[in-house]
Ligand binder design. Sequence first.
Ligand SMILES: [Ca+2]
Ligand SMILES: [Ca+2]
Length: 402
Amino acid sequence: MRVAWLLCLCALMAQSLPDPLVLDSFESQEGWDQVAAEGCSIRLTLDRMNSREGQASIRIEAQFPEGCEEGRCYAGMTRRVSGFEGYHFFRFWIKPDAAASNAVFAIHLAISGGREGFCLVPLDQTGWHLVTVSFTDFESDKKETISFSPGDIEAVSLLLASNKAMKTVINVDELLVLQDSNGNGIPDKDETNMLEAARNSEQMADRYYENEDYEKARKYYEETRSLYQKAGNAEKAQEMDKNAKQCVALLEYEQAEESYAQEDYASAMEAYERARREFVLLGDLDMVGIIEERLGELSALTGKPTSPPPARTGLPPASERPRSGGAGGLFLVLLLVAVVGGGVYMWKFRKPAQPEPEKETEPALPSEGKAEEIRKLKARFVYGEITRKDYEKKLRELEGES
Ligand SMILES: [Ca+2]
Ligand SMILES: [Ca+2]
C-alpha cells in the first residue's frame, strides 16, 4: 500500500500537471466555436443569472427541426485542445431547463488520425448536477469501444442531440479535466477530498471513543472505514474496522458490568460471554482475562458454570474473524485463551463439574456438611468479608478435603 502511495506521489511529481486542469470556468464565452448540423440552430450566451462556480455559466440553446428521427440532429460548441496526456476524466456541471427523453447532452472528441469518440449524458434531471465522464467511457458512433491516448485528443465539443423536433436548453459550468494517477477509477481530487473527510471522521470517532461513548464511536469508525475504502486506503480501512469491532466489544462489556451492578447475574453472564467472544476475535487478551475473572465471580455467586471460552466451543464463523494478523495470529490467541481460560475453567469447576450443583444425587458432590460450608464461604466472599484470594484459597482447601 505504502509503495502504491509512493509511486503515486512520484508520478504526480514527475508530471507536475495541474489537477484539476480547468478547461473552462465559463466566465466568458471566448474560445468556443458554434457548431450545428444542417437545419439545426444554436445560440450560445453567457448566463450571469445562473452559475454553479464563479459568476457565470454558458447557456446552450438548440433548436431541432422536423425530420430529426431520420438523421443526426445536433448543435453545440467546439474548441481545439491539446496536452491531455496524463488526464483521465472530464467533469462539469449541467443544468437542463427541462428533463427530456428525446434529447441528450453529448461530449464529442476529435482524436488524431481522423478518429472520434462520443459520450452521451441523458437529460433526465433538472437543477445543477455534477457529471464525471471517464475517457474510457467514450465510444465510436457505432457504439463500439474505442482506445486512444488522451494526448491524441485534438478537439472537444459539447453538444445537444435529439431525434425529435424540439428546443433544448442547457447551462454548463466549470469544465475540468482530472487525473487518476493510481489508476483505481477514482479521480485524485476525490481521493484527496475523501481522505480529508476520512481523517475528520476518524478524529470524531477517536473523540467519542476517548469519552467512552462507544455507540457513537462505532458509528463514526464504520463511516470512516467506508471513506478510507473509497479513497483506496485498505490499511486504514482495516484499522477502522477493528476499532468499530472494539467498540462493539466494549458496549457488550459495559452492558455486562451494568447488569452485574444491578445484580441481574444471568444477563451479566450472557453479556460477558458475548463480550469475551468479541475480545477473543480482536485478540485483546487483557480484556479476555478481566472477563474471565468476572465470569468466575459470577459463577461463584450463582453456582452456575460459565460456558468455556470460544476456543473450546469451536471457532467463530469465518466472516467474523479479524482480517488482520492472519490465521496464525488468531490461532495463537485462541490457543492462549484455551490454555489460560481453559485452565481457569477447569480449576474452578473441576469439582462441581455438573451444570446443576443443586442436584444432590450426583456422586461427585461434596457431602451436605461440606456443601453448606462452601455456601457460607461464598456468602462471606459476596458480602465482602473475605478477599477473593482468601475465598479461592479456602475453597481449594475445602475441595481438597473431599
Ligand atoms: Ca463559471
Ligand atoms: Ca485514483
